[in-house]
Design a protein around this ligand. Structure first.
Ligand code: MLC
Ligand code: AMP
Length: 443
């Protein structure tokens, strides 16, 4: 498996001029290979390739170029602030290289490099960690998903998700280049753009599906699709039902993580239950640990798992049980017929907002870097559109909510900014002086 090429469709010789459309610009596989070849030549021999992951053909060419060169690709959120960007570049040693989509070079035949991607993702505390994702894991995941969703070269995949995470990049770009399906990336995941693309297979996070369900004309236009897929956060049952009513499709929900890729999914040919994420993909084993009434931590084994956190052996070891299962930190149950349900997270310090994973500690540290802030506690509050929204409780004087929000947006990235800031005289603490988030005033 590691020696087999990852982007099999690219080598298959198909050259539809519009095999790929990103934010309104189209190209065929030969053009993409040429532009990627030019990137690969430049990247050859570097430690890792940093890619400014805008929604553009340049990003796709850069990622494919890194893969052709056998150099790990490190996508960076285009709105990443100075602090976050510096951390990712320092930690990975990745180089930023110019990408010109008009350049062409021949550089075919993927080498058998191990690490395809290093994706940075937040933990409960500290700065984001680099997740090492191998070619073999990506290939195994995409093949299992192609089977589960009956995803083929006859599909047109449509989405508008960011290209620096598993959902938009691994499934949404590499998936198309492995299965050979046409790809239409809409630039942003707007309901009207999804409707106009007339695809067969659609990907979205629950926030996107919530917005589609609120735009009746856009939703009805999706009735001609084959499959609507939701993931990255729990799809609320009302959104499931609204999509069904408007599009005629029950959405397929699937569950994943940066560290594991997608591991559990409903099937194209199977039942789709609101509030459930289906059954394990081919090769994936699951168990519920320390279950109370059948509910406990979901643990996993399988070929799609990561190769560790870059340079953090202790964090990698802590992510596994003594008997070798990956600890997801998600709380789940399994129905008698094997259908999995994700019912929550073990730690409230990992927030999911709009499908983005955000560590409370990272936002707290950013707030504490502001000279006016003495104390900070960050939580995820339930939110109808975003799933959770980031709320910051701060002890601070002489600074406005807007200033603090902008400070975090500029230092980390826009999606990590608190959407609401509450000023307190002091944080609630226990006798040991530790802040007690559950005693914070309700939002
Ligand atoms: C607002 N803006 C600011 C700002 N406040 N800009 C600078 N500073 C500030 N203080 C601007 C933004 O630049 C943007 O401008 C606009 O406000 C809206 O930005 P937003 O608030 O971030 O958009 P929002 O509507 O909240 O986004 C919703 C969303 C997004 C669904 C589009 O959350 C999203 O793309 N989510 C996908 C996340 C994802 O792919 N996760 C997958 C993880 S992988 P402008 O002008 O640009 O509008 C994974 C594994 C798995 O989980 O299982 O899949
Ligand atoms: P990330 O590392 O950004 O990929 O986030 C992974 C987390 O997203 C998981 O640990 C889950 O908490 C959450 N997640 C992904 N898909 C689903 C889903 N279908 N239902 C509920 N939670 C999900």
């Amino acid at each position: 498996m590691p020696d087999a090429p990852l982007l099999t469709a690219l080598d298959a010789g198909d050259d539809r001029a519009d095999a790929l459309t990103v934010d309104g610009r189209s190209c065929g596989y030969q053009e993409l290979l040429g532009a990627a070849g030019a990137v690969a030549r430049r990247a050859a021999g570097t430690k890792a390739l940093a890619v400014e992951a805008t929604a553009s053909l340049e990003t796709v060419a850069a990622v494919v170029g890194g893969l052709l060169a056998g150099v790990p690709v490190v996508p960076i959120a285009p709105d990443a602030g100075a602090e976050e960007r510096a951390h990712v570049l320092r930690d990975s040693g990745a180089e930023v290289l110019p990408v010109d989509f008009a350049e062409r070079a021949d550089h075919r035949g993927e080498p058998a490099g191990d690490t395809a991607l290093i994706l940075y993702t937040s933990g409960t505390t500290g700065p984001p960690k680099g997740v090492l994702i191998s070619r073999a894991a990506i290939a195994a995941d995409l093949d299992a998903l192609a089977t589960a969703w009956e995803w083929t070269a006859d599909d047109t995949l449509v989405h508008g998700l960011p290209l620096f995470h598993v959902h938009g990049l691994v499934l949404g770009v590499l998936g198309a280049l492995r299965t050979g399906s046409r790809l239409v990336h809409t630039g942003r995941p707007l309901p009207a753009a999804y409707a106009a693309a007339r695809g067969s297979l659609y990907f979205g996070v629950p926030t996107v599906w919530h917005r589609v369900a609120q735009d009746e004309a856009a939703a009805r236009a999706l009735s001609g699709a084959r499959l609507l897929v939701s993931g990255s956060a729990p799809l609320p049952a009302p959104v499931f039902h609204a999509l069904h009513a408007l599009t005629g499709h029950e959405p397929v929900e699937r569950y994943g993580m940066t560290e594991t890729l997608i591991t559990v999914s409903a099937r194209a040919a199977g039942e789709r239950r609101p509030g459930a994420v289906g059954t394990p993909l081919t090769g994936v084993s699951t168990r519920i640990a320390d279950a109370v009434d059948g509910v406990g931590e979901l643990q996993l084994k399988g070929p799609t798992l990561f190769d560790g956190y870059l340079g953090r052996p202790e964090a990698t070891a802590a992510a596994y049980t003594d008997d070798g299962w990956f600890r997801t930190g998600d709380i789940a149950s399994i129905d008698p017929d094997g259908t999995h349900r994700i019912v929550g997270r073990a730690s409230t310090d990992l927030i999911k907002s709009g499908g983005y994973r955000i560590g409370a500690g990272e936002v707290e540290n950013a707030l504490l870097a502001h000279p006016a802030v003495r104390e900070a506690a960050v939580v995820g509050a339930p939110h109808a559109d975003l799933g959770q929204q980031i709320v910051a409780y701060v002890v601070a004087t002489g600074v406005s909510e807007r200033e603090l929000t902008d400070f975090v947006a500029a230092r980390l990235s826009v999606h990590k900014r608190p959407r609401e800031v509450r000023f307190l005289a002091a944080l609630p603490r226990n006798a040991m002086g530790k802040p007690q988030k559950r005693l914070l005033p309700p939002i």
